[in-house]
Design a protein around this ligand. Structure first.
Ligand SMILES: [Zn+2]
Length: 93
């Protein structure tokens, strides 16, 4: 019997494609404006824009896409903390 799985099957090809799309969006005016606010989506603190990384709300390996609605600026700490986690899987909630 299959274990109840929340993992989405994502192929290498799809991952590469979404990462490429993310790279393209990172160079866009939309992203530059978003990052220029300097505010981390997760902790709400202000950082120099250069320190903010592009974070997928739903990670690509979980089936998330590189779309504007799924991409947020995150500080390095938050990005590292929530790697591969979904928003409702925060350890302290
Ligand atoms: Zn943060």
């Amino acid at each position: 019997m299959e274990p109840a799985s929340f993992l989405v099957e994502v192929s290498e090809k799809e991952i590469r494609r979404e990462r490429q799309k993310a790279r393209e969006l990172r160079a866009s005016q939309w992203w530059k404006r978003k990052r220029a606010t300097g505010i981390c989506h997760h902790c709400g603190q202000k950082f120099p824009p250069k320190e903010l990384t592009m974070d997928h709300l739903i990670p690509i390996i979980r089936g998330g896409k590189s779309t504007r609605g799924n991409l947020v600026p995150a500080c390095k700490k938050c990005n590292a903390d929530r790697k591969y986690r979904l928003p409702f899987e925060k350890p302290d909630s």
